[in-house]
Design a protein around this ligand. Structure first.
Ligand code: FAD
Length: 469
């Protein structure tokens, strides 16, 4: 008999949820991770530190209060990394505690160290690089949830001081006066907006023509406008040729010949799957060139008793999705009936201001020749928008004129990542815009924007109907 029914490699959102779901089904479960990485990238270096940092930045800079109290409003004049780090460390500590307690309550055995395959059903766990002292563990089923690390281009010399990747943000010694962010993906833009809010002069360099191209164009334009207002410079269609380290800071040299000096250069150039030390070959598996593992619709790899979930399988690489993948994989591994991951997956981008959406964009619908009507509500026309001093926020509904179902919900501004779930619920339940028109919302709230946007869409559709009578 094997030591465990299910063994999980990695304690990030995917691994954690897989372990707990299997334990709830009465299975003997173990989870392996380094002692200082319980909770994964999500808790220790990624989602939670970055979102806490954002909250600390918003509070200390008083940015969201300036419309009401004037442009000079600040909670603290000289913000230091210690001010920011204090809140981050506090939240990380609490979150790690919660996870440890959940694993303990569910009798999941936590094995400190890293694991590598010795055989398809056996993993060696060691807490250092010394494989001689490795402990062999066997299991009927294994879930790989080892996540990713920031990709580091060979051409760039990282020193973790002036030239860093996103993991280096939480170890910064001071808030830079100037910063270059290479890569305008979600992580790059989130950090660019936080540092810009802190007063850092940020330059974003991006090879592509636009940023966040999977988002609604109008909303991305609104974000760009706001970031420019915070003194962010965008360099689109520009490629970094080299980064020259200087006594103080570094110069980013672009292929176009531009030289951009900055105290800090942050590379946000994608992520690499954590599979190189996993000994995949011993299990009969292989990863692609970005370290990712291929899975089927049940998160099974090519070796049927081995599953993989979370960032290590690639898109969408979100904590939110990884959790659900972990739960579904564990249920499948335990022979429970499973459904597929719901196709409606929300996207939240914690820039300042934040963005969130669910469903399709205008561009996607146009491309697919699906007709739609747009309903818009602007926060400045809502009493709650005035009360909180958010005059730029907006909610946009894309509605089918054929059956009045919601095709997409796009939100920009305060509370966007929370508000989107109202639209997601209506869409997920197959609801139409009629429900939102007829529903009574608390007043004054931002949620009321759903009613306003629905009325806007309805009025436009009515107008067209009247003209064609
Ligand atoms: P991860 O969280 O990646 O953790 C993997 C774990 O596996 C690590 O603890 C690692 O130590 C361990 N491991 C690696 N190799 C081994 C081994 N051989 N043996 C044992 N253990 C091993 N997502 C969101 O949904 N919302 C956000 O706002 C958001 N913001 C982000 C901000 C940043 C800066 C970053 C970097 C990511 C962000 N993400 C966000 C993405 C999110 O963090 C990831 O999608 C999520 O953490 C992936 O979960 P995972 O289960 O794949 O494991």
């Amino acid at each position: 008999m094997n030591d465990f029914d299910l063994l999980v490699l990695g304690s990030g959102p995917g691994g954690q949820r897989a372990a707990i779901a299997a334990a709830k089904l009465g299975r003997r479960v173990a989870i392996v991770d380094r002692r200082n990485m319980i909770g994964g990238v999500c808790i220790n270096t990624g989602t939670i530190p970055s979102k806490t940092l954002r909250e600390a930045v918003l509070y200390l800079t008083g940015l969201n209060q300036r419309e009401l109290y004037g442009q000079s409003y600040r909670v603290k004049d000289e913000i230091t990394v210690a001010d920011l780090g204090m809140r981050t460390q506090h939240v990380i500590g609490r979150e790690v505690d919660v996870i440890r307690s959940q694993l303990a309550r569910n009798r999941v055995t936590v094995m400190p160290g890293t694991g590598r395959f010795l055989e398809p059903n056996a993993v060696g766990v060691s807490s250092g690089s010394d494989h001689d002292r490795e402990q062999k563990i066997t299991a009927d089923r294994i879930v790989i949830a080892t996540g990713t690390r920031p990709a580091r281009p060979d051409t760039v010399e990282f020193d973790d001081r002036a030239v860093i990747d996103s993991d280096g943000i939480i170890n910064m010694e001071r808030i830079p006066e100037t910063m270059v962010v290479v890569g305008a993906g979600v992580i790059g833009i989130e950090y660019a907006s936080m540092f810009a809010a802190l007063g850092t002069k940020v330059t974003v360099v991006e090879r592509r023509e636009r940023m966040l191209e999977f988002c609604d164009l109008e909303i991305v334009e609104a974000l760009k406008y706001h970031l420019r207002d915070l003194a962010v410079t965008f360099r689109f269609r520009e490629t970094v040729a080299s980064v020259e380290r200087m006594a103080r800071g570094a110069i980013t040299v672009l292929e176009s010949g531009k030289r951009i000096p900055a105290d800090t250069v942050m590379y946000s150039a994608g992520r690499q799957g954590m599979t190189d030390g996993l000994g995949l070959a011993a299990a009969g598996l292989a990863a692609d060139h970005r370290g990712r593992i291929k899975v089927d619709e049940h998160y099974r790899t090519e070796v049927p008793h081995i599953y993989a979930v979370g960032d290590v399988i690639g898109f969408p690489s979100l904590a939110a999705t990884s959790m659900e993948q972990g739960r579904l994989a564990a249920h499948h591994a335990c022979g429970e009936p499973v459904h597929e991951l719901h196709e409606l997956q929300p996207i939240g981008i914690y820039t300042i201001p934040e963005i969130s959406f669910v469903g399709r964009t205008e561009d996607e619908l146009t491309e697919a020749k699906v007709p739609f009507e747009v309903g818009i509500s602007r926060y400045r026309e809502l009493a709650r928008g005035q009360i909180i001093g958010d005059s730029y926020g907006m909610l946009k509904l894309l509605v089918s004129p054929e059956d009045r179902r919601l095709l997409g919900v796009h939100v920009f501004g305060t509370g966007a990542t929370e508000l989107v779930h109202i639209g997601q619920t209506v869409m997920g339940c197959g609801g139409t815009v009629d429900y939102l028109v007829n529903a009574v919302f608390n007043y004054p709230t931002l949620a009321e924007s759903y009613k306003v946007a629905s009325l806007d869409a309805m009025n436009k559709m009515r107008h067209i109907a009247r003209l064609s009578e």
